[in-house]
Ligand binder design. Sequence first.
Ligand code: PBG
Length: 328
Amino acid sequence: MNLPIRPRRLRLQPQLRTMLQGVSLRRADIIVPIFVREGSGQRNEVPSMPGIFQMSVDVALDWLQRRADEGFGAYLVFGVIDSKKKDAQASAALDPQNVVCQLLQSADRAKLPMAGITDLCFCEYTSHGHCGPLSADGSTVANDQTVELLVRQAVNHARAGAAVIAPSGMMDGTIGQLRSGLDAAGFPDVALLAYSVKYASAFYGPFRDAADSAPAFGDRRSYQMDPARGVTEALLEAQLDIEQGADMVMVKPAAAYLDIISALRPKVNVPLVAYQVSGEYAMIEAAARNGWLDRDRTVVESLVAIKRAGADLIISYYAELLAKLIER
Ligand code: PBG
């Protein structure tokens, strides 16, 4: 056969294959999530996320020091709150000494060389598990009241040393209010990572185990996005957040929404973050633990796909493993 172009020619040498890679995945691309709980010396494995632990502040700080040594540059902290401290108004979220603030403060004192990002939401703190106080008839989350409280939570996080604040509750107008609230409180340099495009997804199931944040009734479809809605709503959400001052925007989950990431990429002029969520982790782990998938290859391929779709940074539970698999 006389073929002018044979794409296989460039696949024959491993060196050429490496040189021709157009997509890179480095440890510096990864944001490391961490679940912090009360107590000391605590390290409890999450049943539906084997290999992932809720840690007390002391253990969490040690664990993060190792990630920093490996070259990871940012962590995303979630608080796991004692159920006795939860109420309908999420009061524990506004406690300036809660575990999230404690971790930020100890990271500061220890000069941990990582940017601290906080997930700003109330579902881990409310007795009903919804992402803010409920409306008068109890049917949904009260948007504007929640946003006011989010500003107070954000100022606490900023005081405790957060570099970036990431509101994940999908309340309208959050970013604008946070920007002016943080500026007024003297924190103009704290950045905002907007969970702009967040779907009401089944893939968050294991996270709700990890953070003890499942809604006690109903679901989150009156505030999170409908997976079947289409790409225009995603563009609108990202655009609104950028207009209001988002420094970075996020798509979540990642694997099932690569089309959304790639549609957003040319339309947004801020860094684009994607969240490889708990269910994506759990699926890979379940198959790997059964011997059905090669874990190392599956993890790298899943993350390369997210980068290729257009994400600049990825939140992934696989940092510890990635330190063995990819370069800084
Ligand atoms: C809300 C929040 C959730 C996740 C991150 N922030 C859960 C939810 O919306 O129910 C999910 C992350 C994951 O599944 O890994 N605070």
